[in-house]
Design a protein around this ligand. Structure first.
Ligand SMILES: [Zn+2]
Length: 178
């Protein structure tokens, strides 16, 4: 797994993002990217029936924007292409050599093997194959996941006025209520 830095804030808190591009980190970007949250857990998904999906707007330079929408899907495309190649080019040749009763298990094993290139790319080259920002929500909190430690640190500092701030599940800040 690639390293991500998870910052958890109250859902009611409007997160402030550093005036830095979420992709290249340059300061003063003039554009933005938008990210729609997924939700955590089964009940979280059910909550989509009555809650509005959480939208996050993060700064990005106009030159970097497109990468944000593409980068996280390149590895998925690699997996799909690998699966197609394996099922069309490899499986027909090995199928007859495998006993009929173990064919299902063998084909599932082969399908799982197809995930290895994606896993390797995301782990070895997170800058090229992982989204620099991910968002997960539940009823009362939002997890902001960053691949950049420096960006996550700046983000944490900017949002220290929230009711709580957790970094990788550790409560680092909880202001005393007056
Ligand atoms: Zn940029």
């Amino acid at each position: 797994m690639s390293m991500t830095f998870e910052i958890n804030l109250p859902r009611s808190h409007t997160a402030q993002f550093p005036a830095q591009c979420i992709l290249c980190g340059c300061s003063g970007p003039t554009s933005h990217v938008y990210l729609l949250s997924g939700t955590r857990g089964l009940l979280g998904w059910v909550s989509w029936l009555w809650t509005i999906p959480f939208v996050v707007k993060a700064p990005a330079c106009s030159g970097c924007r497109w990468k944000f929408y593409v980068v996280d899907h390149i590895a998925d495309v690699v997996t799909i292409l690998t699966m197609v190649a394996v099922l069309w080019l490899v499986w027909p040749h090995v199928r007859d050599a495998i006993p009929r009763e173990t064919r299902l298990i063998a084909s599932l094993g082969l399908a799982l093997t197809c995930l290895l290139p994606e896993f390797a790319l995301r782990t070895r080259f997170p800058d090229y194959f992982c989204s620099p920002l991910s968002v997960q929500t539940d009823y009362e909190s939002v997890d902001y996941g960053f691949t950049s430690e420096q960006y996550s640190f700046n983000f944490t500092m900017l949002n220290a006025n929230a009711d709580w701030v957790k970094v990788n599940d550790i409560l680092v800040h909880k202001p005393n209520k007056m």
